[in-house]
Design a protein around this ligand. Sequence first.
Ligand code: CDP
Length: 219
Amino acid sequence: MTEKLVVAIDGPAGAGKSTISKKIANALKLEYIDTGAMYRALTLKVLEEGIDINDVDKILDILAKTSITFNDNHIYLDGVRVDKEIRENRINLHVSNIAKIKEVRREMVKIQRKLSHVSNVIMDGRDIGTVVLPNANFKFFITASVEERANRRYKELLSKGEKNVNYEQILKEIKERDRIDSTREFAPLKKAKDAYEIDTTNMTICEVVDKIINIIEGR
Ligand code: CDP
């Protein structure tokens, strides 16, 4: 029997983690778990319910009554598929404030670890190599300059037909999300000591995917 394979991918907003992780999952037949999508789904629910983003008690109350599940690479919030909705810019604006709540993280990490037991997995997020799966076989920390990341996010939003997207505004928002994610008290965004760091600023998606697969396959 071959050993179970667990791959952790971390990095800041817009570094390309999810695109890269999906491709690696396909190539190596791994289950892909997008942990950012889980924080995004909870944020969607909080906004839809009209809850004050700073009302931690209400947010925890809602979390206890919420089901977030994956099926076939789609995410479901209380049984409803929400892949598209969780990528809207209104979610980008608020997700880091929800993700910094300690009790929210504790619950999410529980679910994430359970999901990782099921099969060979690649999981992406901010704290996968450091907190969620510290024993992962391979850890990668994917970065890019903040300007390049803002540019990628700008193009992504435009291609999805979002109105009123402005590069300078997105740059500002990404910097703010970086700040909240890296300075929060619980499980901040940080490279694990044993992670390979890849700066993708001047790399194509294909180059990054090849580089990671080569490392995993020991070439
Ligand atoms: O796709 P993008 O890099 O913009 O973000 P994401 O991976 O979907 O994550 C959205 C937000 O969720 C991040 O900015 C973090 O605030 C939070 N997050 C987290 O705290 N921990 C994780 N493991 C994953 C996401």
